[in-house]
Design a protein around this ligand. Structure first.
Ligand code: ADP
Ligand code: MG
Length: 700
């Protein structure tokens, strides 16, 4: 059966090849169906007519009906502006144009009433409308049933080809009338029944030509569900295929190393969340399928020890384990702390980074290939070709968003049968993102902090108050504390009006002179060993202040550091600020995070700072981040691209996404291969949507 929705828009009345070309480019598609899924971004309530005297707000849209008089050209001899007065029985308001002046001059006729639609702006303490939408008033447009009118986004290219919002609306209406009665349902009938959804055709009609707000709401709801449904179906399908095709290494037993560690070497009792996560993961590792799991836990929630215990489980089952960290500093720190935890246990653990000496490297390589080396910690040096394991069973990847998908995939090839993969992140992921972006990974979360942590106190300080800051820092140092001072990474050449790291360092040297004070500095341009030396100096308590760019963002652990000063905090994103704050509050002392900014701040920056001051909860911060920036920009999801929903909004649709997950799960339980006759339309739509996306992505 031919589907009219696949017709090319070239064959639509009123669209020639030129318009078709513009549409194809701007809508990224060229069929009737593509145009039908170009949804209005807002609606005008045509039934609501305001009075000129009601205009009190410059943020909402108003629709007025009145006569236009007093047309005046300004800036003679060359007209640069035209003004006119629109009057209704309550009063009048000025209309202003800066372009299209000759059109304005010839458009208005006296005596005729016009509908004027726009946002009011304030000029000289009075409201006016700049470039409002204007058309002759036709009472027939305002009858019930035609009251909500869709407004479509149009680019400059579209507008200049005669494809404004109104023209798009007209084209869509033409298509709708043409395809009426032929739009097939694509969602499973049980889902339609369960949520009492309007049919696909009804929803498409009502989203473009809503008869009333109730129908519109149901149409939007249905279309969002459809988006989430197919997205989830794809994720779950990937996961099922993976489980079928890749058999996992069975970690059948809990052995001596795990038990010995658990009973005799744990330095502290595990939190309930840590215990639960270990149980979850253990069950997964023993199941016979290959694990791909995301472990999320806020900074300081104790992911490292969880990773260690799982690595011991691998060893107990005769496999090797590896832990990969994004920076040398972090790999070092992991190595040191794991070695400390394993003290007195018969486990061979080594560190491999870019600066490992050749002799050590050789030893490591041979230990790996004969199996005597059991745990390898390192940076991306681990993925080099000459690193060959005898039997790699588990790979832990820390701060996974720092690695590209390709790098992770390389670890996959380090074993004849793919090892289990655990990716850890401290970047809190809003639940909606976890279900979408990471929907084909299993997901565990440590949602509890080790006991006794005092929440970090966060303050916002303007740069003018710098003396107060210095004073405070000196007091903290006198108490024996250490301080991080972080600068945004700015290149001199960018000529931004910011104190950069170097200047900051110089002025700190004046405020904190030697020999009383010692300051360390690390930044991205330094050689690894210099960086390491400076870090170590700070970690050992030999310097009081660590001046740094965001290289310290990830993972470092200096419990005695109790103050985090962030310069130009408005330059950082929310999740970055949160990560940085997580560097302090690791010891017994009250810790502080001080956000320094200028007095002048953008609304978004102010909101970010406010969120930071108000909450320590990583999930709340992640959700605020999602709301402020949208999913494409949320940390850890930048490579996604998969998250472009037409209507769906991850910041607000948690319930719909949850239900989509449930709907897809129910469908696949009943009919895993979509073989039942009633699911054929769903299968067809799936194939149509994801034709090109049946890729073999192993991890996330
Ligand atoms: P992250 O999740 O940020 O990687 P870490 O694993 O580095 O956190 O742990 C942060 C600190 O908390 C470390 O000093 C660690 O020893 C300590 N820690 C972890 N778990 C516990 C616990 N259950 N009780 C007390 N301290 C803990
Ligand atoms: Mg960590």
């Amino acid at each position: 059966m031919i589907c009219l929705l696949d017709n090319s828009i070239e064959f639509l009345k009123g669209v020639g090849p030129k318009k078709a070309q513009v549409l194809q480019k701007e809508l990224k598609g060229a069929t009737f169906g593509d145009l039908l899924t170009y949804f209005p971004f807002r609606y005008v309530d045509k039934s609501k007519i305001h009075k000129a005297a009601e205009i009190t707000d410059d943020t909402v849209y108003y629709q007025l009906v009145g006569t236009v008089s007093n047309l005046k050209a300004h800036g003679a001899p060359r007209t640069t502006r035209i003004t006119a007065m629109l009057s209704d029985e309550s009063g009048s308001i000025e209309l202003v144009w800066f372009k299209g002046l000759s059109w304005v001059k010839s458009y208005f006729q006296s005596g005729q009433r016009y509908v004027v639609f726009g946002k009011a702006s304030v000029f000289n303490n009075k409201f006016n409308f700049v470039h409002p939408d204007v058309e002759p008033y036709n009472p027939a447009d305002f009858t019930i049933g035609e009251s909500l009118q869709g407004v479509y986004n149009t680019s400059e290219a579209m507008k200049s080809s005669g494809l404004g919002s109104k023209q798009i609306a007209r084209l869509i209406k033409t298509i709708l009338l043409q395809v009426k009665g032929t739009i097939r349902e694509v969602l499973p009938p049980e889902m339609i029944r369960k949520h009492q959804l309007p049919s696909r055709e009804e929803a498409l009609f009502n989203i473009h030509l809503p008869p009333d707000t109730g129908s519109l709401r149901r149409a939007i709801d249905r279309i969002k569900r459809e988006e989430y449904f197919f997205f989830q179906l794809q994720l779950m399908q990937n996961k099922m295929r993976r489980n079928e095709l890749v058999r996992g290494l069975p970690f059948a037993k809990v052995g001596d190393l795990f038990n010995d560690f658990y009973h005799h070497h744990l330095p502290f009792p595990l939190t309930n969340a840590q215990k639960r996560v270990i149980r979850e993961i253990r069950a997964d590792l023993g199941s016979g399928s290959q694990m791909n799991r995301l472990l999320q836990g806020d900074v300081g929630s104790g992911k490292t020890i969880v990773a260690l215990m799982l690595m011991l489980l691998a060893l107990d089952n005769g496999y090797q384990a590896a832990l990969m960290a994004p920076t040398e500093i972090l790999a070092n720190q992991h190595f040191e702390s794991l070695r400390e935890l394993l003290k007195g246990m018969p486990v061979d653990i080594r560190l491999l980074t870019g600066s490992t000496r050749t002799a050590d490297r050789k030893e490591i390589h041979s230990g790996l290939s004969d199996g005597s080396l059991q745990i390898l910690i390192g940076t991306h040096a681990l993925i080099e070709d000459n690193v060959v394991f005898r039997s790699l069973g588990l790979v832990v990847i820390d701060e996974q968003h720092r690695f590209g998908v390709a790098q992770r995939a390389r670890m996959y090839e380090k074993s004849s049968r793919p090892p289990h993969i655990l990716v850890m992140t401290a970047t809190p992921i809003p639940r909606t993102l976890a279900m979408t972006q990471y929907g084909d990974l299993d997901y565990s979360v440590i949602d509890e902090m080790p006991p006794g942590r005092k929440p970090v106190e966060t303050l916002h300080l303007y740069h003018e108050k710098r003396l107060r800051l210095i004073d405070f820092m000196k007091k903290q140092i006198a108490l024996g504390r250490q301080i991080y001072m972080v600068y945004p990474l700015i290149k001199e050449s960018e000529k931004l009006d910011l104190i950069n790291l170097e200047e900051g360092y110089q002025s700190l040297m004046r405020d904190f002179p030697e020999p009383q004070y010692h300051i360390s500095m690390v930044h991205g341009q330094m050689k690894a060993e210099d960086k390491d030396w400076e870090m170590q100096r700070f970690a050992r308590g030999l310097s009081h202040i660590l001046v740094a760019t965001t290289v310290i963002e990830v993972g470092v652990n200096v419990p005695n550091a109790s103050v985090m000063v962030i310069e130009h905090a408005d330059r950082f994103g929310l999740s970055q600020l949160h990560q940085l704050r997580g560097r302090v509050g690791r010891g017994a002392e009250q810790s502080y995070c001080i956000l320094m900014t200028d007095f002048k701040l953008s609304a978004d920056a102010r909101k970010r700072i406010k969120t930071m001051v108000e909450t320590n909860d990583g999930f709340k911060i992640a959700e605020a981040d999602l709301e402020l920036r949208g999913p494409g920009d949320t940390a850890g999801t930048r490579q996604s691209g998969a998250l472009e929903f037409k209507l769906g909004n991850l910041a607000t649709d948690e319930k719909l996404i949850r239900q989509a997950v449930a709907d897809v799960t129910a469908l696949l339980e009943k009919d895993p291969r979509l073989q039942l006759p009633e699911h054929q339309p769903t299968l067809k739509q799936f194939e149509k949507l994801f034709k090109k996306q049946f890729d073999w992505s192993m991890i996330g």
